[in-house]
Design a protein around this ligand. Structure first.
Ligand code: GLN
Length: 243
């Protein structure tokens, strides 16, 4: 992190920001400020270069056509690779997650190359679209409470040996391959199918991103009552809907 503070980069808000994913940026910003950090938020539209000196990059979900356009531009730009080489953290959701993988199927039904930052491949699921609440247990290596989110995707994602599943679903589809995995992560690059926005429902992940950036094991506690109320409500709603 530079002496001017934490740089949070929101990648392509004009193409990748469905289902409230903008909220992820707001949550990271707020929780960093609550810990006394100076935060610079950089919103990078798809006609602008990706800065390579950011600390945390957030990549949201998107519909199929904007997803293809975003993948084309991100490949051409190359900035996310340089950012990861510089030690940055990338947290991606749904379409963003698929783009970070090796390839996905685009709106034209063609295999579209991704960025290869995560060892995953996405194809178009032949079953029903995966829509609904998700409850998942996060990878034990990350030692965080249960996750809650909302998924809405047709693509399904196969994990390669270079990643670990971010979580295992108790409810919902997650990666959609039937093996119970949800999302993927490797080093400082994370992907999930969970909207919600996922960092508002799971502030423990926002704090994980901050701890990784600051290279600390713990952060000063903040007032989490609002988040806890949201989590309790969503976990109850998901459990009831599944009953
Ligand atoms: N278009 C992708 C799919 O349906 C991603 C959707 C999303 O980001 N919600 O799989």
């Amino acid at each position: 992190m530079s002496s001017s503070g934490l740089r949070v980069v929101w990648v392509y808000p004009d193409l990748l920001s469905t289902y409230g994913d903008q909220g992820n940026v707001l949550v990271v910003e707020r929780r960093a400020r609550q810990r006394g950090l100076t935060v610079e938020r950089v919103d990078v539209r798809s006609d602008q270069p990706i800065p390579t000196s950011g600390d945390i990059y957030l990549v949201g979900g998107g519909e199929d056509r904007p997803q293809r356009l975003a993948a084309e531009r991100l490949r051409r730009d190359g900035g996310l690779h340089r950012a990861v080489d510089n030690g940055a953290i990338i947290f991606s959701v749904c379409a963003g997650y698929q783009i970070l993988g090796h390839e996905f199927v685009n709106d034209l039904g063609q295999r579209e190359p991704g960025l290869g930052l995560l060892d995953v491949v996405s194809v178009r699921g032949t079953g029903e679209r995966c829509v609904g609440d998700v409850l998942a247990d996060i990878d034990e290596a990350l030692r965080l409470p249960q996750l809650t989110g909302f998924e809405n995707h047709q693509g399904i994602t196969q994990l390669g040996p270079g990643v670990r599943p971010l979580a295992r679903v108790r409810l919902g589809n997650g990666n959609g391959t039937g093996d119970g995995t949800e999302g993927a992560w490797a080093g400082t690059v994370f992907g999930t199918y969970m909207h919600g926005p996922v960092l508002a429902r799971n502030p423990q992940i926002a704090d994980l991103l901050l701890k990784l950036t600051l290279d600390v094991n713990a952060l000063p506690p903040v007032d989490d009552r609002w988040y806890e109320a949201l989590r309790t409500e969503r976990i109850a709603a998901a459990t009831q809907a599944a009953a």
